[in-house]
Design a protein around this ligand. Sequence first.
Ligand code: ASP
Ligand code: MG
Length: 422
Amino acid sequence: MGIVVQKYGGSSVADATGIKRVAQRIVATRKAGNDVVVVVSAMGDTTDELRDLAEQVTPLPPPRELDMLLTAGERISMALLAMAIAQLGHRAQSFTGSQAGVITDSAHGRAKIIDITPGRIENAIRAGAIAIVAGFQGVSQDTKDVTTLGRGASDTTAVALAAALGAEVCEIYSDVDGVFTADPRIVPTARKLHRVSTEEMLEMAACGAKILHLRCVEYARRYDMPVHVRSSFSQKEGTWIIPTAEGEEMEQAIIAGVAHDRSEAKITVVGVPDKVGEAARIFEALAAAEVNLDMVVQNVSAAATGLTDISFTLPREDGQTAMGALARIRDEVGYDKLLYDDQIGKVSLVGAGMRSHPGITARFFAGLASAGVNIEMISTSEIRISVIVDEAQINDAVQATHTAFELDASEVEAVVYGGTGR
Ligand code: ASP
Ligand code: MG
């Protein structure tokens, strides 16, 4: 008998009906002869609603208390799910992240898993019960306070737990049938991918594809854990995320898909003296402020002035911190001014096959041009090309790129079963 870890997202357990439907699925997996460990998210938009509530009380909730509040969301769904399974005549026990042995550092709101000691989970399954674990939370090794792992991190709890338990597979259930060539909410003719390499999935997750949390894909790769992404609303086979060993080439399409991201902003430092050490000073200040950078571009300096512009993108939520840090070094660096733009979006084309196919960039940019989309910045990796465009043009850019690479299905395959898209 193997262990199967199943993770159910918020839209799969949005109400009592959803919880009962998920309970049926879990029991069916148990009856098929597996040991089942379930990781569950908070019901529907509960996490957002709890956040909103906190903000009504104070604009700056203390991080420890915010984590205490948000982890309550998963406690609600785990207990209800255990009750629904009991109602079906099977034994189930729910556990908080702390009880499940998810040990983290103490960075509230973005804690990292340090270790998993799932003794209580192992005991529960040994005793024949189905274990239900609250996603996205753990307990700090140092302070013993409750922590959260970051938004969307129940996926990461699931894969990390699957690795710690030596599970056969980690199934991630959401409200779409798998990983698609683009977000089906924007491109209705997007196609379901049957298999994606962890390498490609890492790039897609890092480029804004919300179907899987980035750190969960990193875990899957590190621990060679097969991940099956599928819908809890249908019985269809979903997408397998396959860890590819180095050198082992999967038979694959040139392009895996098109991802987009609406969470970034762009800062331009205008009129930087083109001298040795200026860029270092700017990026040291940003690093000291713990700002995560994404793309960086420096223009050639104008010969007449010897001044250059440096632009970079960063998470919108770090925008004010970064502007503050740069303002403080203005005299030292001697730049002209700072420009801040958060009406931007990133569109990325991902595919391991692009390594060996020239002309991908030209085709991508021609597609964008045909849709009248202007490119503001470009960055590339071995298997990805990303562009920054005007936020208002993201949907057009994603659709045009999807079409330019002939990814559209002839009939609509994608069904969006639930979720409010929040
Ligand atoms: N409930 C948490 C969130 O909404 C964690 C998760 O759903 O993965 O971010
Ligand atoms: Mg989620």
